[in-house]
Design a protein around this ligand. Structure first.
Ligand SMILES: Nc1nc2c(ncn2[C@@H]2O[C@H](COP(=O)(O)OP(=O)(O)OP(=O)(O)O)[C@@H](O)[C@H]2O)c(=O)[nH]1
Ligand SMILES: [Mg+2]
Length: 343
């Protein structure tokens, strides 16, 4: 099961109580106070983890609690700190406060940590209350309560390239061909039911790109048709959108109309998606109808750059891989120069 949205309840541990204790030893009848402080409560921490790709752990375990700090002890022993509750979340997780609706944090890097709920401070033991006037205090501090909150976790995958296309256009076939991911491919719509992330390795260059294959879009996805817009959040962070068209016109499709409808659906989800750089890939060029369809497409959209490929015969694949690397590297360099404009 693929879960990319869930809610959690988090509660940090309370601080331990301070202790009232006095030193009692042979020949030492009036030993002073020696009550230790309570330990701090355990925090609730979000930690980025490269090995996670899903929020399923939090769907089945929505309550996360930090351990209470240990109470103070005699002989000036302070209580132990409570163990934190560490939530290992996939990179790209956005955490939102359910009450205020504000984004609390976005976890984008491996091992990135964020304290979601702060554990309460431990209370002072009676040693801390001793003074020249009060030499045998019986006063202690209570531990402070840990903070609590209800949050929504949402996964927006981090990939360089996002694949967009109608069902059966060949998105998964391309992903299987050029990345290490192995999504199922079959001649029926909606074979892919949730996003698949794959890595494209460039051997002599020692470069790698991340590509996201998301379930197919159809006209009317904005009103919930097909799988709807549910998975488009996974391409929101992509640097480049790869629009893949079925040039063979399977099921009497027309690639010119497909292209227009895909852009429309992207715009209905978020107009910002149309501002992203995109590259159009004409797939299934091995089919007879494809050549004529490509000519018609180029006539309708003369300014759109198209890379013709065939996932079946692998024609055009090396050129496409090179083109992807060139474009993404250019965008990475641009992001480095002006990080403020980064998507
Ligand atoms: N002739 C031909 N068939 C292809 C080509 N690429 C993919 N196909 C076929 O098209 C069908 C659909 O391919 P998929 O890769 O599953 O398509 P998809 O876009 O991932 O489809 P969904 O996951 O349903 O959205 C499969 O039967 C593939 O074998 C191609 O270049 N030429
Ligand atoms: Mg697929």
């Amino acid at each position: 099961m693929f879960i990319d949205e869930t809610t959690i309840k988090a509660r940090a541990g309370d601080g331990g109580r301070g202790c009232v204790s006095f030193r009692r030893e042979k020949y030492e009848p009036w030993g002073g106070p020696n009550g230790g402080d309570g330990g701090k409560g355990g925090d609730v921490i979000l930690r980025g983890d490269d090995d996670q790709n899903n929020l399923i752990d939090f769907k089945f375990k929505p309550h996360w609690t930090g351990e209470r700090g240990e109470h103070g002890l005699g002989k000036d022993c302070n209580g132990r700190e409570g163990r934190p509750a560490v939530l290992r979340v996939p990179l790209g997780t956005v955490c939102t406060d359910l009450v205020t609706g504000e984004v609390v944090v976005e976890i984008l890097h491996d091992h990135q940590e964020f304290v979601l709920c702060q554990g309460g401070k431990g209370g002072f033991g009676n040693t801390k209350f001793k003074s020249s006037v009060t030499r045998a205090p019986r006063k202690t501090g209570p531990g402070e309560p840990g903070t609590t909150g209800n949050y929504r976790l949402e996964l927006k995958s981090i990939a360089d390239i996002g694949l967009v296309g109608f069902p059966n256009a060949g998105k998964s076939s391309l992903t299987t061909l050029i990345t290490n991911a192995r999504p199922k491919t079959a001649p029926y719509p909606f074979t892919t039911l949730h996003p698949q992330i794959g890595i494209i390795d460039y051997v002599p260059e020692y470069e790698r790109l991340i590509m996201a294959d998301v379930p197919g879009l159809i006209a009317g996805a904005s009103s919930g048709k097909g799988l709807g817009h549910r998975f488009l959040k996974h391409i929101e962070r992509c640097k480049l959108l790869l629009i893949i068209l079925d040039l063979a016109g399977t099921d009497t499709r027309d690639p010119r109309i497909d292209y227009k409808q895909l852009l429309k659906e992207l715009e209905l989800y978020s107009p910002a998606l149309l501002d992203k750089p995109r590259l159009v890939v004409a797939n299934k060029m091995d089919e007879d109808a494809a050549v004529a369809n490509l000519v018609k497409f180029k006539k309708r959209y003369p300014k759109v750059e198209v890379v013709p490929i065939s996932c079946l015969t692998e024609t055009g694949i090396p050129k496409l891989k090179k083109e992807l690397l060139k474009r993404v590297k250019k965008m990475r360099a641009k992001d480095k120069k002006s990080p403020a404009t980064k998507a």
